[in-house]
Ligand binder design. Structure first.
Ligand SMILES: Nc1ncnc2c1ncn2[C@@H]1O[C@H](COP(=O)(O)OP(=O)(O)OP(=O)(O)O)[C@@H](O)[C@H]1O
Ligand SMILES: O=P(O)(O)OC[C@H]1O[C@](O)(CO)[C@@H](O)[C@@H]1O
Ligand SMILES: [Mg+2]
Length: 322
């Protein structure tokens, strides 16, 4: 019997989501089944914005940023009523299983559906890289590359003016984007929620650098710690550091996905369909080392704040960028 599989993207978009949607659609059709694209995340699901996808519908999407299915934040999905509306729509379209591409919040929705008896599999799609059970999420690599490109440019002007730059990067409560961007750009300071910071120490390190003839200081600040403007105030309270704040913001969420994100998304998409084919539900795909793995959504969500950040990068940076 032909199976009908639905796919949606939810939460913040992430470069590589299209590559995942394409892989899912192609694999489902290759298997002789039908694929249905759900627009606008859980909101579109509850409202029945559902359309069958053909092979051609996903052509020329692999290299594009954003999500061709659009996405939304839909708090109503936390409530039973929102979830029941969604299940009713899935039944109306005869869809028998669902793939959710999104972050931790979206995983909660996927878990709720699978607990309600609707077969659902998750794919980690978020620039934040804040999901336990996977080394990387789709979009994280591209976001770091975008941030790195910006910091390289900021360094030019920071040097010319002998300024200190505070660069606020995204990541919600996780410091991964800051850690990778910081080490990758040779930033003198990386401030993340996972580690305490000491403003006196930061100021003394900036002073030591200046005395040595250093022409700039780059501070990468994870948004989960505080806003750039607040950090600037604290820094300026200790002296004139010619500080400037750059908030990279949503630019980090756009752009053509990197090679790594395209490959990761394609493999994750393929694997999610395979998991559904094997009758699995309530699980999510991930990568650990070179292995493509899957974990129970409940375990991953219980991990919550136990997401393993790359704190080793923080320690290395302290000894090579100063
Ligand atoms: N506890 C929950 N139960 C059911 N659904 C949820 C829950 N939390 C979040 N969702 C659904 O998932 C959507 C996306 O969640 P959220 O805004 O946290 O983004 P995310 O998936 O974590 O992605 P990102 O952090 O990258 O933006 C929410 O708008 C809501 O529809
Ligand atoms: O796009 P919004 O709703 O402003 O959300 C921004 C948040 O989404 C993320 O970009 C993740 O998608 C976080 O890094 C950030 O905190
Ligand atoms: Mg999230």
């Amino acid at each position: 019997m032909v199976k009908r599989i639905g796919v949606l993207t939810s939460g913040g978009d992430a470069p590589g989501m299209n590559a995942a949607i394409r892989a899912i659609a192609r694999k489902v059709i290759f298997d002789g089944n039908e694929i249905y694209g759900i627009r606008n995340g859980y909101k579109g699901l509850a409202e029945g914005e559902i359309k069958q996808l053909s092979i051609n519908d996903v052509s020329d999407t692999l290299s594009k940023g954003g999500t061709m299915l659009y996405t939304a934040r839909y708090p109503e999905f936390k409530e039973k009523a929102g979830q029941e509306k969604a299940i009713a729509q899935l039944e109306r379209f005869g869809i028998d299983s669902l793939i959710v591409i999104g972050g931790d919040g979206s995983y909660h929705g996927a878990e709720a559906l699978s607990k309600a008896g609707f077969p659902t599999v998750g794919i980690p799609g978020t620039i934040d890289n804040d999901i336990p059970g996977t080394d990387f999420t789709i979009g994280f690599d591209t976001a770091c590359n975008t941030a790195l490109d910006a910091v390289d440019k900021l360094r030019d002007t920071a040097t010319s003016h002998m300024r200190t730059f505070i660069v606020e990067v995204m990541g919600r409560d996780a410091g991964d984007i800051a850690l990778w961007t910081g080490l990758g750009s040779g930033a003198e300071q990386i401030i993340v929620p996972e580690a305490e910071f000491d403003m006196d120490k930061i100021v003394s390190e900036i002073d030591t650098g200046r005395d040595r003839g250093k022409k700039h200081t780059i501070i990468i600040l994870a948004e989960g710690v505080m806003r750039g403007a607040e950090f600037e105030e604290k820094l300026n309270a200790r002296g004139d550091y010619h500080a400037r704040v750059t908030v990279l913001g949503h630019v980090q969420r756009g752009g053509s996905p990197s090679a790594r994100d395209r490959v990761l998304a394609s493999v994750f998409g393929y694997t999610a369909v395979e998991l559904l084919n094997q009758g699995k539900s309530g699980v999510c795909v991930g990568i650990q080392g070179k292995d493509i793995v899957y974990n129970e959504l409940t375990d991953v969500l219980a991990g919550g704040s136990n997401h393993q950040s790359y704190m080793s990068l923080y320690d290395i940076n302290k000894e090579i960028s100063y």
